[in-house]
Design a protein around this ligand. Structure first.
Ligand code: ADP
Length: 195
């Protein structure tokens, strides 16, 4: 499963909650990059300059990182990928990884929200957590990339008939419950609601 949404749509929060309920390994490319920045690894030092500017980390770096993560043992029974793919080239690469595992994507969840709501949310988050990419100019640039590049990714999955779109505005629990009831119908899996 994939979760896609603009910056500030709550995809990280929802990815954690949904993966827990479905018993899937959650993988966030943004979190992996931030852990590497914190640990001052080579990958982190390379990624930081792009992240601070709100740019995508180059595919040559990101694709390999995702491929390596998806080869680990905990994802072999399924995974929820948050923040990847964001470009059509990444879609092609992910298709190639998944085909190599003789697996398939079941569902792509898109969280939607209005741009001005997102900017307000992220400016609020900046005051609490001080993420280095949460200032207004960088936030607007990240939104532009989402509209310019990642919406094409969403369109690809819509054409494949596996896209589910959910409004990301609302309480955290409300959004999770909305997503879970759709997934329950779609995947025909028993899910525990209201936890
Ligand atoms: P947001 O969606 O709010 O921008 P994330 O935590 O998902 O936040 O990502 C933070 C940053 O990490 C991005 O701005 C980008 O620099 C980098 N990043 C994450 N995922 C990808 C990806 N799939 N391709 C390229 N860069 C990525």
């Amino acid at each position: 499963m994939l979760i896609i949404g603009p910056p500030g749509s709550g995809k990280g929060t929802q990815a954690e909650r949904i993966s827990e309920r479905l018993g899937l390994a959650a993988i966030s490319t943004g979190d992996i990059f931030r852990a590497n920045v914190k640990g001052e690894t080579r990958l982190g030092i390379e990624a930081k300059k792009y992240m601070d500017a709100g740019d995508f980390v180059p595919d040559s770096v990101t694709n390999k990182m995702v491929r390596d993560r998806l080869s680990e043992a905990d994802v072999q029974d399924g995974f929820l990928l948050d923040g990847y793919p964001r470009t059509t080239a990444q879609v092609v690469y992910l298709d190639h990884i998944i085909a190599g595992k003789d697996d398939k994507l079941d569902v792509v969840l898109q969280l939607t929200a209005d741009d001005e709501e997102l900017v307000a949310r992220l400016l609020g988050r900046a005051q609490e957590t001080g993420r280095s990419d949460d200032n207004e100019a960088v936030i607007r640039h990240r939104l532009d990339l989402y509209h310019g590049q990642t919406e094409a990714v969403v369109a690809t999955y819509a054409e494949r008939g596996i896209l589910v779109r959910v409004d990301g505005i609302g309480g955290i629990g409300e959004v999770t419950d909305g997503v879970m009831s759709i997934l329950e119908d779609l995947l025909k899996v028993p899910v525990v609601n209201g936890r």
